[in-house]
Design a protein around this ligand. Structure first.
Ligand SMILES: Cc1cc2nc3c(=O)[nH]c(=O)nc-3n(C[C@H](O)[C@H](O)[C@H](O)COP(=O)(O)OP(=O)(O)OC[C@H]3O[C@@H](n4cnc5c(N)ncnc54)[C@H](O)[C@@H]3O)c2cc1C
Length: 399
């Protein structure tokens, strides 16, 4: 039964937008569960390669152990494994819009190169809009040049101000200290403790102490007053913080992340720009469209581990269930309520856990009374940043 206009061999087409952690995690699940006689997959990403965000902060500070080769994995035939081998297509393009079908049965994805890709089921996993210094461009050569330019910028700076004490600001401070033992590094954070209230104060205070022990200045309950867009321009006389401190940095990597969803109409989004979903990861108004990863509106702190272990497997199961129900009910049947099906998988959230690399680093697991651990357990992860396990996700083995 062919529902999408351009599907070859009468197979139903699953289109995945975003080949990051969510997209590759989903492909990995589908690679053992799809029926190649009935289903085919298209992966669309703006970049020609997966860029590993977990090691990106180390990458832009220094190219230790040729990290760039190990952190940037090109898409190719290896992306489509097992039952997906010979049954998947990669398209490098940016999605700029979606034409939903009124019946809720398939639609079309609009690309920035004027291309149009029809889908029977669509999965959106476009992650976050990344700020400088990890706003990687869209060609491999440009990514290499961008990384070198950031490394040179950090090398030249003597006094670096990091705005925002979330995991990324903390880890960047740690990476900088690892490479530059004597540069002045300041981390400024609006709340009275680092991170946010998802984590207990004892963990937030311990992280602060760990940074201070490494001669990183931490200013909490304070902020600079200039707008985000202007912070990359350091004024000659420096900044006066809200608490009245004068700071004279010579480099301020800009910060602030938001969901990458500008290609979607606002009625599908929450006030923060996240995609509204039901527990099957479907969009309530479009049962043939799923969203996973950083872009979803769910009360949790999304990270790669949750996306790979929970979002992707649940969405993969439900995508196939949706297609089988649709096939069983026929093209003209509109109501396919997989949420009501006993075979559907429902997301209930997962345990909050975080590992922060900074020197030996520190971790928090929200079980029992809230377990904190540092030392060698976190340092194992800090040292490697999951780089050595990447081919599990990407299918690519760098030489
Ligand atoms: C610096 C940093 C460090 C992190 N460290 C950790 C960590 O230590 N542990 C952890 O568990 N998590 C960590 N995370 C979080 C983790 O990386 C994200 O939660 C995870 O990558 C989210 O997966 P995703 O698929 O939603 O988005 P991503 O993995 O970001 O993938 C999004 C993909 O969509 C593509 N894309 C975007 N827009 C379009 C478009 N319009 N058209 C086509 N393609 C598009 C992008 O090119 C990208 O490949 C870190 C994140 C950052 C930024």
């Amino acid at each position: 039964m062919a529902f999408s206009e351009d599907s070859k061999h009468d197979r139903l087409k699953i289109v995945i937008v975003g080949g990051g952690v969510g997209g590759l995690g989903l492909l990995r699940c589908l690679s053992t569960t799809i029926d190649p006689k009935k289903h085919t997959v298209v992966l669309i990403d703006a970049r020609p390669a997966y860029v590993h965000l977990i090691s990106s902060l180390r990458l832009v500070v220094s190219n230790t152990d040729n990290l760039i080769t190990r952190s940037v994995h090109p898409y190719g035939d290896h992306t489509f494994r097992n039952k997906l081998a010979g049954n998947g297509t990669f398209i490098q393009a940016s999605v700029i819009g979606i034409k939903f079908n009124d019946t809720g049965k398939g639609g079309q994805v609009i690309l920035d190169n004027d291309g149009i890709v029809a889908y029977d089921v669509l999965v959106l996993t476009t992650g976050s809009i990344l700020p400088h210094p990890i706003a990687f461009p869209t060609s491999t050569k440009a990514i290499e040049e961008y990384v070198k330019a950031r490394q040179a910028e950090f090398a030249a700076a003597t006094d670096i101000l990091l705005v925002g004490g979330g995991p990324v600001g903390i880890e960047l401070a740690g990476e900088l200290r690892d490479v530059y033992p004597s540069k002045a590094i300041t981390l400024i954070h609006r709340s009275s403790h680092l991170l946010n209230a998802v984590y207990p104060d004892k963990f937030r205070i311990a992280i602060q102490k760990q940074l201070q022990d490494r001669e990183i200045t931490v200013l909490t309950g304070d902020a600079i007053t200039m707008s985000d867009t202007a912070t990359s321009q350091v004024p000659k006389d420096g900044f006066i913080t809200k608490q009245g401190k004068t700071l004279k940095p010579d480099l301020i990597p800009t910060w602030g992340m938001r969901p990458n969803t500008s290609y979607l109409p606002s009625d599908l989004l929450s006030s923060t720009g996240h995609v509204k979903i039901i527990p099957t990861f479907q969009l309530p108004a479009h049962p043939d469209v799923f969203a996973i990863g950083d872009i979803v509106d769910w009360n949790e702190r999304v990270n790669a581990s949750k996306v790979v272990r929970s979002h992707a497997p649940i969405a993969a199961q439900n995508v196939l269930l949706y297609l089988s129900l649709r096939e069983a009910q026929g093209k003209d049947s509109i109501d396919i309520d997989i949420l009501a099906s006993k075979d559907s998988a429902k997301y209930k959230g997962t345990i909050e856990a975080i590992m922060i690399s900074n020197g030996n680093g520190m971790s928090y697991l929200d079980i029992l009374w809230g377990i904190m651990f540092g030392g060698w357990i976190t340092s194992l992860s800090s040292r490697d940043l999951a780089v050595s396990r990447l081919s599990y996700l990407t299918g690519y083995n760098p030489v």
